[in-house]
Write a protein that binds this ligand. Structure first.
Ligand SMILES: Cc1ncc(COP(=O)(O)O)c(C=O)c1O
Length: 395
């Protein structure tokens, strides 16, 4: 008999796998599925980044294992530090306060593995990007969910947590602009978090994956812009979204050097770093022309408007998000008796539109679905027309 470890059995059902099966079934029946389920960017990586990858891949030395003290590795850490300073005026020591990752998902999971004992709590706002809670479960720690909802502005109430929970808490995950709810915060919120965390021995991990995907002039702050933040936490960033490099698997963590040293230690037992040609291409992405980022964001803005205006017109009222390439939508009144999984199933089975069920991001995501704006405007209009049929159907 083959038995997974108990901690693996504690993982919640991965609803995205079920959605994948539903999409496959619909496609097998000949349905042209409009896939707004996964947050996998569909726009292209900029040509100068791809050219650098191709050039660097041909160099023999780059085909060997990556080494922390290699030239490309050092250049990448410097490029990240410079990018952070240019963006947020946060000063980082490239040697001790920057750690490249094979995607931020990898780094977040390994942060939990690095710091959680069996009797340590990870405080995780819920709903959340799944690795924020699944990482803690896989590490064998205790997960404590903090509900996010429209009433609390999708911000966790850290100030009323029970004392025994606080005593056992070792990690807090945050992420703004927020996936899936699209909520944003200002620097004042991070200032309050830093004040709250001081003297508590709780490590704060802030996931800033969507810092660049913002609209109408909104600028997402970095947690590290707060004085004292570097003493208690680290921030994750990724090239997946800003530079349309999701498949390349490159991201980084920055901030507290002690936390990063421990995270690097875990990684040194598990991986051999990032393909050096990808690291060189990432340097080009971070330090080269940034007009591709603006173009990407403008395309998401157009898509956001097409989808939300289209849904509003058919009676599904949703506010426009200030950031991320998602739309977080309360299930329309007519279908509110259904769970988010049932409603997502209905959309894919009946009209071939795939969305993510809110509970894929935790139990407090119930009552909502998430649209990812990863198909073009024409397809989004078509999605609205198909959804209209579901909303106007006689029950
Ligand atoms: C909040 C958040 N963090 C991290 C990730 C994963 O990023 P990466 O591709 O760097 O692993 C995602 C991907 O959707 C995300 O939404």
């Amino acid at each position: 008999m083959i038995h997974e470890a108990d901690r693996m059995k504690r993982l919640p059902l991965y609803l995205f796998t079920i959605m994948d099966e539903l999409k496959a079934k619909a496609r097998a029946k000949g349905v042209d599925v409009i896939d707004l389920g996964m947050g996998s960017p569909d726009q292209p990586t900029a040509p100068h980044i791809i050219e650098e990858l191709c050039k660097q891949a041909k160099i023999l030395g780059n085909q060997r294992y990556s080494r922390t003290d290699g030239t490309i590795e050092k250049d990448l850490r410097k490029s990240i530090a410079k990018w952070y300073y240019d963006r947020f005026e946060v000063k980082l020591d490239p040697e001790t306060e920057v750690l490249p990752l094979i995607g931020s998902k990898e780094g977040i999971a390994h942060l939990a593995l690095t710091f959680l004992n069996n009797d340590d709590i990870a405080l995780v706002p819920n709903p959340a990007y799944p690795v924020h809670f699944n990482g803690a479960i896989m590490a064998g720690g205790i997960l404590y969910s903090i509900p996010l909802n429209a009433e609390n502005g999708y911000k966790p109430d850290l100030w009323n947590l029970p004392d025994d929970v606080l005593r056992m808490a070792k990690l807090l995950f945050l992420s703004y602009p927020h996936n899936p709810t699209t909520a944003t915060v200002d620097l004042g919120f991070f200032e309050d978090v830093v004040k709250w965390a001081k003297g508590k021995d709780i490590i704060v991990g802030h996931d800033l994956a969507y810092s660049d995907i913002t609209f109408e002039g909104f600028k997402a702050p970095s947690f590290l812009q707060v004085k004292g933040a570097k003493e208690i936490g680290i921030e994750f960033h990724t090239l997946s979204k800003s530079y349309n490099m999701a498949g390349w698997r490159i991201a980084f963590a920055v901030g507290n050097s002690q936390i990063l040293r421990s995270l690097a230690k875990t990684k040194s037992y598990i991986d051999f770093g990032i393909f050096r040609a990808i690291q060189a291409a990432a340097c080009k992405a971070l330090s080269g022309p940034q007009d591709g980022v603006a173009k990407t964001v403008e395309e998401y803005r157009k898509r956001r408007d097409i989808l939300i205006d289209g849904l509003n017109k058919i009676g599904w009222k949703i506010p426009k998000p200030k950031a991320t390439f998602y739309v977080w939508a309360r299930i329309p009144l007519k279908y509110r008796a259904l769970t988010s999984m049932e409603f997502a199933t209905l959309l894919v089975e009946e009209v071939g539109v795939a969305v993510a069920p809110g509970t894929g991001f935790g139990e407090y995501g119930e009552g909502f679905v998430r649209f990812a704006l990863v198909e073009d405007g024409k397809r989004l209009k078509e999605a609205c027309a198909r959804i209209k049929k579901v909303l106007e159907r006689e029950s």
